[in-house]
Every structure is written in structure tokens, then in C-alpha cells.
Ligand binder design. Structure first.
Ligand code: PHE
Ligand code: ZN
Length: 654
């Protein structure tokens, strides 16, 4: 029988009745029968409450004590342990049994290959012990692990190692202490046998941090790049964000048996080996860049996610959108900014736009959730990062960093909301972000339509901008959003025309805040060519009727590489769309000579970065093209893309 699962709503969030400030966990490890003892310091928050309700799944309860006294006033109910008549503050001791071998949901503690390993985000900790398994309960964890020494030479958990020893029956034990309060989803435990790469890092303020990378036996020859990436990430976070590492040891476990991709557990990140191990003989450049990004991502969570965590799971984008933004910036500062931007935007257009247009569509901060595990989406992560990027665009680096500092000062050591984040950005910058907050609640991809007008007698250029987001079943009425629209104007020689109005310079980022709005630019001597949505300054679709000539000019002369690439994409899109129709009508496919010439001139331009050239000649993916047409004809799209690739290959070779 399948159990009907309850929906949870963001608006009904309630502060927990009780909190747990400290927990001592004791694991007697065995693949089939692990005994967990949890000693928690519990505090009442709601004076009206006297029943403590803990989460727990697939647990065999042994005993309960309160303040050292055996406690019988409790009952177990579907997924809950209900303890009655509890005092204001008390020490709760729960002993229970779990079977990691039989744990096939892979949440909580499970056996994989010869390793015992945990995964607790989002609600896995309740598979380990009875607990207030919600992210707004933050406790200091002390964890003692005891296990057979020959099978499990390494016993790892969060924090600093504070003690260890051996028993006289072939077992050993290790005790870990994490003095930073954290929610249960950041708990981790690993027991197994590994090869280890050690290194160390001296932080800005002089803290000496041991770095340890644990890999499956025999994999050390593929571990170096992950370690280099980690050290780069630690340095970058200090210099760009002022965030320093806070424990004496940083551990990474990169093993084949971890079933998820990567997880930011405090001080003990766990990765699937395929995302972080590489050697030059077999890995591509792209593999190396991806490793750098994912190692960075998990490391950056130490502040954005761990030190400051999420109040509830509806706020997931608070940590994920922000941390993706941070890993994108890390990759851009240490590598090619334009190539990174191009790749991130391609992902948005090809996949997040599709998600936004599908029955899966949801706002970056969902309103209702049935199964949290289904919300680790491109919308929460990638669109979430674009929303942070828009804040960065609106505020500029300096004020954005001031906002980060304020956010950190206000919320360090606690659980926050997306609203708290935006509020800190607003308070630090004095920029009104009231309207901007709609990005968190409104789902769907807005369409921004731009029409222009040139008034020769007034030497004026007008941009008429309108925005619309298509209604969806759960949001019939869509409201206008605050869209930062970054633009530039060019003359026909490819020179930038300064933006001005009424004798004053106008910022290149226009604040589009209404359904319809007109922007007027003075002293424009000839009809200009607009470069629109530069850097993909907002996650929107853009509609402007470019001519081939305008796009070819932007592709050659636009002042930034992203705009050049975007012009090339638009140029290709015109002929991809046209050819899809031709293909359907069984007409010959075409690519006019002037298009080929425009691409050829970029290819021959020696000043152009080869990495950019490679991107310019990368056609939009079939997924992305599917977004441009009402009825998706996969075969026609495929044939057209192949045709253009062939045509380019033949023509460019000549
Ligand atoms: N929090 C992880 C990350 O983004 C992703 C993850 C979620 C992993 C849930 C496992 C389970 O880095
Ligand atoms: Zn993450």
C-alpha cells in the first residue's frame, strides 16, 4: 500500500517548540546492527508545549532516558517519536538500532561496497536516530565512532578529532567534535579503508589547516587536482569574500560508492569519485574545470549553507543559488570569465528554460513541497544563481560585498531565509529591492520584447520595452518583475555610442520594472545597433527583430565577448528556425553567403581568443532549439543543426 504523502506549505512555517543545543552521538558500527546512542540537550522554546515530537524512520528503539531516568511516557507513530510530559530543559538519551546493510534508500547510514557512509540532506538524519530533523535546529555535535579496526581503519566525522583509542577486542574508536552549531542535514560519518593525500593550508589569519583527501585504494594518482582546487578555493574565498576556514582539518572523501554527486557536510565533504578524480592521460580540460568548480562549490558552502543555513527547505536557494553564484565567480576569476558565462547561459537556456516551461515548473523558492528530494533542480540552483547575479549587477561588487558582510554579521550561526538575504542587500546598499523580491515567488521565464525608434530630427533613440510572463496553472496572474537590462549602442562602424539623457550619462543597466516602459537616449547621430541583455543580465527570453547585418556587426565588434557570442547565437537561430520550416516542407536548406562570411571573418581574426572562437562555432543544442519552436520536430532540428555544421566545415576549410 502506498502511503499518501502530505504537502507542506512555506506560509505555514512555525518555529519549533523545542530545540537541541548539543548532541553527543555514539556509534557502535556494524554493517547489519549498528547501535546509536544520542544524548541531546533539549530546550523548550514554546512555553505552551510539553510534548516533544522527534522524527525517526526505520529505527528500532531500545531505550529512552530523560535526565538519566528511564522514561516510559512516549509512543511511536508513523515517522515520529512522541515524548510526553517533558520538562523545560533536559538531557534526552535515546538508544536505537539501525541496519545499514538493509538501508537501500541511501538516506542516513548505509553500506556501499566496503564503506559505511552517510547522506543526511535533506531529511536523512532521521534514519540514524530520533531527532528534530529540520534545518532550523542547530546543535553542536560530538561524535564517537567505534568499529573493527581492520575493516574500518578510518573513522571520520565532522569537526576536529579530539580523542582516539583502542579496545582489546580488535576494535578502535575516534571522537570528533564540531563546535559550530549545525543542522542535522550537515552531519556525516564515514568508516572504511582508504588511501589518503595529506596537505596543509595556512589561512589569512594564520590558522594551520590540515587537508586530507580520502580516496578508494589505488586512486591516489588521480587525486592531485582536487587538492590543488581546494587550496585555490580556500584562498579565493578569503580574497574575494573575506571568508576564512574555521576548523583545524578539512576532509574530502572521494569514493566510487557515494551515490549522490557531492555533499557539503561540515568539515567532511563527500564526493562521488567520478566528479573529482582525474589524471592527464584520461581527463579532458573540461573535466579539470568541472572538478575545480565542484570542489569550490562544496567548500564555499562552509559559509553559505553551513555557518549560515536555511530556516526551512523552501529556502534551499538561499544556500544553493548563492553557492552556485560563488562557484561561478571562482571559475571566472581563475579562468576565462566569458567562456564561463557562455556555458552557464547555455545551460539556462537549454535546460532551465525548459524546466520553467514544463509541468515541473516552480519558483526558485517553492511554495509547497511533497518530497523535498525533488527540489534539487536547475531552477533552485541555476536560476537561483542568476537571481543572485542580478543583485550583484544592480548593486555592483562593492555594495554586494557590503551586503554579504551584513548578511553574515546578522545571521552567522543561525538559520536564515531568502528574504533575510535580500534585506541585507537592501540595507547595505540603500537600493529598494521590494519589487525585486518577486523573483523568489514568481515562476516562469519572462519574455522581454524590445522595439526601437529613431527620431532623426531630435537625434533621439527610443527603446520601448515590455515584459510578460505567461500565466501558469498555479499562478494565473503574473506581475511585472524588476529586470536589470544591460545594454550598449553601436554605430555602424562598431563604435560605442555613449548613453545619455537630458545632458546626463545613463548607466548601461536599465531598470525595467513595469509592463511597458520607454527609455530615451539623446545625442544619437544615426540609427544605432543595440546590444541587448549584455552578459545575460536577467534570466529572460529576449525578442528584438535584429537584421543579419546588425548581428554580424555585433558578432565582430561588440565590446565584450559574451555579446559577440550571443549575437552569433542569434544569427544562427534565424537560420535554424527558417531551415526547420524548410525541412518540414521538404525544401532545400540554406545558409546565405553573408552569414558564412561573417563567421569566417571571426575565424580569421587573430585578435580573437581561440576559446571564444570555439564557443562562437558551437551551435545551440537541440534542447535549446526546442525552446524556440511551438511544435518540437526533433528530427528536423537535428538535421538542420547537422546541415549547418557540415556547411561551416566545408566553407571554413576552403
Ligand atoms: N547539497 C548538495 C550540493 O549542492 C547537493 C545534494 C543534495 C547532495 C541532496 C545530496 C543530497 O552541493
Ligand atoms: Zn550546493
Amino acid at each position: 500500500m502506498t502511503q499518501q504523502r502530505q504537502e507542506k506549505y512555506r506560509q505555514y512555517y512555525q518555529v519549533p517548540d523545542y530545540t537541541i543545543t548539543d548532541i553527543e552521538l555514539d556509534f557502535v558500527l556494524d554493517p547489519a546492527t549498528t547501535i546509536v546512542t544520542a544524548i541531546s540537550r533539549v530546550k523548550r522554546l514554546n512555553s505552551q508545549a510539553n510534548v516533544l515530537i522527534l522524527d525517526g524512520k526505520n529505527l528500532i528503539l531500545h531505550t529512552i532516558h530523560i535526565d538519566d531516568k528511564p522514561w516510559t511516557a512516549y509512543r511511536e507513530e508513523a515517522g515520529k517519536l512522541i515524548i510526553e510530559s517533558v520538562p523545560d530543559t533536559f538531557v534526552l538519551k535515546v538508544v536505537n538500532e539501525i541496519n545499514p546493510l538493509k538501508n537501500t534508500v541511501l538516506e542516513g547510514l548505509y553500506v556501499s561496497a566496503d564503506v559505511l557512509c552517510t547522506q543526511c540532506e535533506a531529511e536523512g538524519f532521521r534514519h540514524i536516530t530520533y531527532y528534530l530533523d529540520r534545518p532550523d535546529v542547530l546543535a553542536r555535535f560530538t561524535t564517537c565512532i567505534i568499529a573493527d579496526k581492520s575493516s574500518y581503519p578510518y573513522l571520520l566525522s565532522n569537526g576536529n578529532q579530539i580523542d582516539k583509542g583502542e579496545t582489546n577486542d580488535g576494535r578502535h574508536w575516534v571522537k570528533w567534535q564540531d563546535h559550530f552549531p549545525k543542522p542535522s542535514y550537515l552531519f556525516a560519518l564515514i568508516a572504511g579503508d582508504f588511501d589518503v593525500l595529506y596537505d596543509n593550508y595556512v589561512s589569512q589569519s594564520g590558522r594551520n589547516v590540515t587537508l586530507a583527501l580520502f580516496v578508494d585504494k589505488g586512486n591516489l594518482d588521480r587525486a592531485d587536482w582536487a587538492m590543488v582546487s581546494l587550496k585555490n578555493a580556500m584562498r579565493w574565498d578569503e580574497t574575494r569574500f573575506g571568508y576564512e576556514y574555521d576548523l583545524d582539518i578539512y576532509m574530502i572523501v572521494a569514493v566510487d560508492c557515494f551515490n549522490m554527486g557531492a555533499m557539503e557536510n561540515k568539515g567532511l565533504n563527500i564526493f562521488n569519485a567520478k566528479y573529482v578524480l582525474a589524471k592527464t592521460e584520461t581527463a579532458t580540460d573540461k573535466d579539470y574545470l568541472n572538478i575545480k568548480a565542484v570542489i569550490g562549490h562544496e567548500y564555499f558552502h562552509n559559509w553559505t549553507g553551513n555557518r549560515i543555513t536555511c530556516r526551512d527547505w523552501f529556502q534551499l536557494s538561499l544556500k544553493e543559488g548563492l553557492t552556485v553564484f560563488r562557484d561561478q565567480e571562482f571559475s571566472s576569476d581563475l579562468g576565462s570569465r566569458s567562456v564561463n558565462r557562455i556555458e552557464n547561459v547555455s545551460l539556462m537556456r537549454a535546460h532551465q528554460f525548459a524546466e520553467d516551461a514544463s509541468p515541473m515548473a516552480h519558483p526558485i523558492r517553492p511554495e509547497k513541497v511533497i518530497e523535498m528530494n525533488n527540489f534539487y533542480t536547475l531552477t533552485v540552483y541555476e536560476k537561483g544563481a542568476e537571481v543572485i547575479r542580478m543583485l550583484h549587477t544592480l548593486l555592483g561588487e562593492e555594495q554586494f560585498q557590503a551586503g554579504m558582510k551584513l548578511y553574515t554579521a546578522r545571521h552567522d550561526g543561525s538559520a536564515a531565509t531568502c528574504d533575510d538575504f535580500v534585506q541585507a542587500m537592501q540595507d547595505a546598499s540603500n537600493i529598494d529591492l521590494t519589487l525585486f523580491r518577486r523573483w523568489y515567488s514568481q515562476l516562469g521565464t519572462p519574455l522581454v520584447t524590445v522595439r526601437d525608434e529613431y527620431l532623426a530630427e531630435k537625434q533621439q533613440y527610443l527603446l520601448h520595452i515590455s515584459q510578460i510572463t505567461a500565466p501558469t496553472s498555479d499562478q494565473a496572474e503574473k506581475l511585472p518583475l524588476h529586470i536589470p537590462l544591460d545594454i550598449e549602442l553601436y554605430d555602424t562602424q562598431g563604435n560605442v555610442i555613449p548613453l545619455q539623457h537630458s545632458g546626463r550619462a545613463v548607466h548601461s543597466v536599465l531598470n525595467v520594472v513595469k509592463v511597458e516602459q520607454t527609455f530615451v537616449f539623446d545625442q544619437v547621430n544615426s540609427p544605432p545597433i543595440p546590444s541587448l541583455l549584455r552578459e545575460f543580465s536577467a534570466p529572460v527570453k529576449l525578442d528584438y527583430s535584429y537584421t543579419d547585418e546588425q548581428l554580424a556587426l555585433l558578432m565582430q565588434y561588440a565590446s565584450n565577448d559574451f555579446a559577440r557570442w550571443d549575437a552569433a547565437q542569434s544569427l544562427l537561430s534565424i537560420y535554424i528556425k527558417e531551415n526547420v520550416v524548410r525541412q518540414q516542407q521538404r525544401e532545400d536548406l540554406i545558409l546565405p553567403q553573408h552569414i558564412i562570411d561573417a563567421f569566417k571573418s571571426v575565424l580569421l581574426d587573430e585578435a580573437c581568443d581561440p576559446a571564444l572562437k570555439a564557443q562562437l562555432f558551437t551551435l545551440p543544442s537541440e534542447n535549446e532549439v526546442a525552446e524556440w519552436v511551438a511544435i518540437i520536430d526533433a528530427i528536423a532540428i537535428h538535421n538542420v543543426i547537422n546541415f549547418i555544421i557540415q556547411k561551416f566545415a566545408n566553407e571554413m576549410a576552403a
